[in-house]
Design a protein around this ligand. Structure first.
Ligand code: ATP
Ligand code: MG
Length: 568
């Protein structure tokens, strides 16, 4: 490919609409253009990288036993109604009607569709295990599409589904996918961590997110440097902290005017925040009130609360709903709440003695609250959000926190979808059983964006070689000089013949302009052909990542280029 024929409209200015580096650089490097919020065109450079990532994914899926298929993007509503997700998906689902008024959606994911295919054909355990996958556009009407390809409304996903005869088989398939994902992100040249994750609304029995470490990431992860524990902040388990034992004193109501926050309360009573109990009130999708309590210096982990009560969604409760169960906004505690109200207390709260908690009336709190004695019927579990320095649940060392981008996720689904859709098979003894499933997704565009977030400098992108749009760019310093262009053409031809993915920058632009573009787009290796090359036979190789240059000859440059590329 020659730059003179390449459609890569680079921009000098930083586009105002872009917030994160990958989005800015992809626009500036002429890789993508926006059609509408969360909808993008991939121009040739981006598409080359997408195809390379897809190829790596394909190879790893195939060698793990996956078979590629292509399912329709447009899916009938009936299937989604069978699992109940037609309602659950809510506004995130793009819905369309055909000319007869039949309802369809644009697939946000394909569990229903793939299970419906398998249920009609798989009859016997002898046909298992089975792994089917596709690489295709997905559609989600995200509330906040942003960060370019990182959170789009139309995006490319690889989704694989595994079907096994029992849980043991599912775990084997899961492990194969876990290993394949490790290979994929390693081959893409990314620094990542597989972290324990919450299953979320998809349900099932275990999950890992593959998180590319980057400051711009929307995921927060806790990890231990002493052992290999790593989990998303939603998932990170925390053990109860034992309070210093003291004698429980009788409850005492005290006036605490205007102390709606923990900080104001602790200040007013001159007590440490660790002696207070914090309340957060939620309402579920069925409007039921759920009250959650953590120690004053802790934060509530909403996902854990959601799981502890088996709800599908939580939102902040409105004041009327709080008062209806006997609570007072800003002064809530389980003491005196209407019987039957769902209350979840963090395990650490239950260890507290003589704490301060709300009195369920304005401007008043109770002193000497001892939850084990005073809370009545509550759900006790871990609902605390992890913080830097919390003890590792495995080894106790202080946890560290870092940010990352979820590029892929693997789930053990179990029989949730096969039961709902009646996808069964006959086992060895002729007994009918539901298929045991797993599902495994990778965001292809998000992986490309994550690679840029992790590999860039002030001049532009620094591609890992395996997913660079081109591995090498050959630049004649002055393409108007026939000898330079001729030699550059020769080198370009030799590299191509040697199987290197190479671009020739044959534009008759100033060298400075071309070098700037090359750095912005981020080709891993640049080969410069200037007057010295023509006169003395010196060919310069420059590594984008380090800025290192090597002077080679016509005889040695190819071997050197190969040697360098291996390390990038
Ligand atoms: P998130 O939590 O970021 O919304 P998710 O957990 O809903 O993502 P999955 O259903 O696990 O996403 O989808 C598999 C993969 O698809 C994700 O790991 C991610 O890489 C990618 N992905 C999901 N949503 C988007 C999106 N809106 N834009 C681009 N990629 C996405
Ligand atoms: Mg996910």
């Amino acid at each position: 490919m020659r730059t003179s024929q390449l459609y890569a409209p680079t921009l000098r200015e930083v586009p105002a609409e872009a917030e994160v580096i990958s989005h800015k650089l992809m626009l500036r490097a002429g890789m993508i253009r926006k059609a509408a919020g969360g909808l993008y065109t991939y121009l040739p450079l981006a598409w080359r990288t997408i195809k390379k990532i897809e190829q790596i994914i394909r190879e790893e899926m195939d060698s793990a036993g996956g078979q590629e298929i292509a399912m329709p993007i447009v899916q009938p509503s009936e299937l989604w109604k069978e699992t109940g997700r037609w309602e659950v998906y809510g506004d995130e689902m793009f819905r369309v009607n055909d000319r007869h008024g039949r309802e369809f959606c644009l697939g946000p994911t394909h569990e229903e569709m793939v299970t419906s295919i398998v249920r009609d054909e798989v009859r016997s355990y002898k046909q298992l295990p089975l792994m089917l996958y596709q690489i295709q556009n997905k559609y989600r009407d995200e509330i906040r599409p942003r960060f370019g390809l990182m959170r789009g409304r139309e995006f490319i996903m690889k989704d694989l589904y595994s079907f096994d005869k029992d849980e043991e088989g599912m775990r084997v398939s899961y492990k194969k996918m876990y290993d394949a994902y490790t290979n994929i992100f390693t081959r893409c040249g990314l620094t990542f961590r597989p972290v324990e994750a919450d299953n979320g609304a998809i349900g099932g029995g275990g999950s890992h997110e593959f998180t590319v470490l980057a400051d711009a990431g929307e995921s927060s992860i806790a990890y231990c440097e002493k052992c290999d524990y790593a989990a998303s902040d939603e998932k990170a388990e925390l053990k109860a902290i034992h309070a210093v034992q003291e004698e429980a004193l009788p409850l005492e109501k005290v006036a605490t005017p205007g102390t709606k926050t923990i900080a104001l309360l602790a200040d007013y009573l001159k007590i440490p925040v660790e002696k207070t109990i914090k309340a957060v009130a939620y309402q579920t999708e069925t409007d039921e009130v759920v009250l959650a309590f953590v120690r004053g210096d802790h934060e509530v982990n909403e996902v854990k609360v959601l799981n502890s009560v088996g709800a599908i969604a939580l939102r902040m409760a409105d004041e009327a709903a709080i008062r209806a169960v006997g609570g007072e906004p800003g002064f809530m505690s389980p003491v005196g709440i209407k019987k039957g109200t769902k209350i979840v207390a963090d395990a650490t709260v239950m260890e507290m003695v003589n704490a301060v908690a709300g009195a369920n009336e304005a401007d008043a709190h109770y002193k000497n609250v001892t939850p084990k004695r005073d809370f009545g019927e509550v759900i006790v579990t871990d609902i605390r959000l992890v913080q830097e320095g919390d003890p590792c649940p495995r080894c106790g060392a202080p946890l560290k926190m870092t940010r990352g981008i979820e590029a892929g996720q693997v789930f053990m689904l179990g029989t949730k979808y096969s039961e709902a859709l009646h996808a069964t098979f006959l086992d060895e003894s002729g007994k009918e059983k539901p298929l045991v499933m797993g599902c495994y997704g990778i965001g292809v565009g998000r992986t490309m964006a994550a690679a840029i977030e992790q590999n860039n400098d002030k001049d532009g992108i620094i591609w890992p070689r395996a997913i660079a749009p081109f591995e090498v760019v050959v630049v004649p310093v002055n393409a108007k000089v026939p000898e330079q262009l001729e030699l550059a053409e020769k080198i370009y031809g030799e590299l191509k013949a040697a199987g290197v993915d190479v671009l020739l920058d044959d534009r008759k632009e100033r060298a400075g302009v071309k070098f700037k573009d090359c750095d912005l787009i981020g080709y891993p290796l640049r080969i410069t052909v200037g007057p010295k090359a023509v006169e003395e036979g010196t060919i310069e190789l420059r590594v984008r990542k380090t800025g290192e240059t090597f002077n080679e000859t016509k005889e040695t440059y190819l071997a050197k280029a190969r040697e360098i590329l291996k390390t990038l």
